[in-house]
Design a protein around this ligand. Structure first.
Ligand SMILES: [Cu+2]
Length: 69
């Protein structure tokens, strides 16, 4: 069963940012799909089973952006 969760992402300004976030988050274990909304400042993650929110936040940070609490 797949789960979808959305996280707010601060600091993305262009398509390069979108691609960077997508690439990092896609590497989180269990993630099957990543949709980044530049205008909406969010990333929607589809995964098999429960996703590790901390891992998603770490991936976004790794890409150079912030997930505000
Ligand atoms: Cu950019």
């Amino acid at each position: 069963m797949s789960t979808t969760s959305t996280y707010r992402v601060e600091g993305m300004t262009c398509d390069h940012c979108v691609r960077a976030v997508r690439a990092e988050v896609a590497e989180v274990p269990g993630v099957t799909d990543v949709t980044v909304d530049l205008a909406g400042k969010s990333v929607t993650v589809t995964s098999e089973g429960e996703i590790d929110a901390a891992a998603v936040k770490a991936a976004v940070t790794e890409a150079g952006f912030e997930v505000p609490e």
